[in-house]
Design a protein around this ligand. Structure first.
Ligand code: UTP
Length: 291
């Protein structure tokens, strides 16, 4: 059973500077919730009970967000704002958080290794702290269901335009006859050039991993930028173990990227219960004035 997840949130978010100078990018708001709320919601809906956040300095706001808030709760109760009180209380009850520190931002692979002591010898999920995924069934739940069947590490991938392959970890593999959405991974390569890329299937921020991955996270070498890449450890694991890639076809927003963040904001704003209809009217008017 997979009921624990790791969410690394210790990166600098340099693509979003200067905003991220003193504000964690995972706490940037999308309508009325921070990015990390959407991600934790997906985990909770997928059956995750405990989340190990890998944090760093300047990330206290994340800890406070998932903690109880007695003064605010008292204030809302006194004012009779019971709907808001319920929302606020639900956030601190959504999951059990555990915090570990990554002292230096040495890459995603290194961040996940920091959770080893807490995870121990059990399978676990990974959700990247800046990627929001939207589908009828949560993507993480689909991965966990596949894990229950195949009992081996499973990544999620989606097709990106060929000219974008050099920004992603790319996989190649053979589709399973009985389950064509699942590929048996043959190769993985981090940020390949167009010529090197074996496909345009990019790894996205949801994984279910077996604890064997820690063995490889310990021995990988840093890349040119000094970062330890999870893809490199997965490549080593794939030589010893079967790893699958699940083809995702829903919506994905990398909110660490400014343009993608704005797209996510529009998506959640037009679908928002309270302001969605009014916002659509405004947006149509706004769009009609664009040249
Ligand atoms: P990113 O590569 O998107 O995050 O990592 P980043 O390094 O903060 O972003 P840029 O490129 O400088 O803008 C994906 C997730 O992994 C975390 C990030 O916080 C983000 O949620 N991460 C990344 C860590 O926890 N530690 C790291 O060393 C690197």
């Amino acid at each position: 059973m997979v009921d624990i997840a790791v969410i690394p949130v210790a990166g600098f978010g340099t693509r979003f500077l200067p905003l991220t100078k003193s504000q964690p990018k995972e706490m940037i708001g999308i309508v009325d919730k921070p990015v990390i709320h959407y991600i934790v919601e997906e985990a909770a809906k997928s059956g995750i009970k405990t989340i190990v956040f890998v944090t760093g300095r300047h990330k206290r706001a994340i800890e406070d967000y998932f903690d109880a808030s007695p003064e605010l709760e008292y204030h809302l109760e006194k004012q009779g704002k019971y709907k808001l009180l319920k929302i606020v209380k639900e956030i601190s009850n959504m999951i059990e958080p555990i915090y570990v520190r990554q002292k230096e931002a040495k890459g995603l692979g290194h961040a996940i290794l920091m959770a080893k002591k807490v995870i121990g010898n059990r399978p676990f999920a990974v959700l990247l702290g800046d990627e929001i995924i939207e589908d009828k069934k949560p993507l993480l739940k689909s991965l966990i269901d596949k894990f229950e069947t195949y009992q081996t590490s499973i990544l999620s991938v989606y097709e990106v335009p060929w000219e974008k392959v050099s920004s992603y970890g790319i996989v190649s593999g053979k589709p399973l006859e009985e389950d064509p959405n699942l590929l048996l991974i043959e190769d993985l390569i981090e940020k390949p050039s167009l010529n090197e890329a074996p496909s345009n299937l990019a790894i996205i921020g949801r994984y279910v991993l077996t604890p064997e991955i820690f063995k490889y996270l310990k021995i990988i070498k840093p890349d040119k930028k000094g970062e330890y890449q999870l893809t490199d450890a997965l490549k080593l694991l794939s030589k010893k173990d079967v790893i699958y890639a699940y083809k995702f076809k829903g919506l994905r927003f990398d909110t660490g990227n400014k343009l993608e963040y704005l797209k996510a904001t529009l998506h959640f704003a037009v679908n928002h219960k309270e302001i969605g209809e009014d916002f659509k009217i405004y947006l149509k008017e706004f769009a009609s004035k664009l040249s």
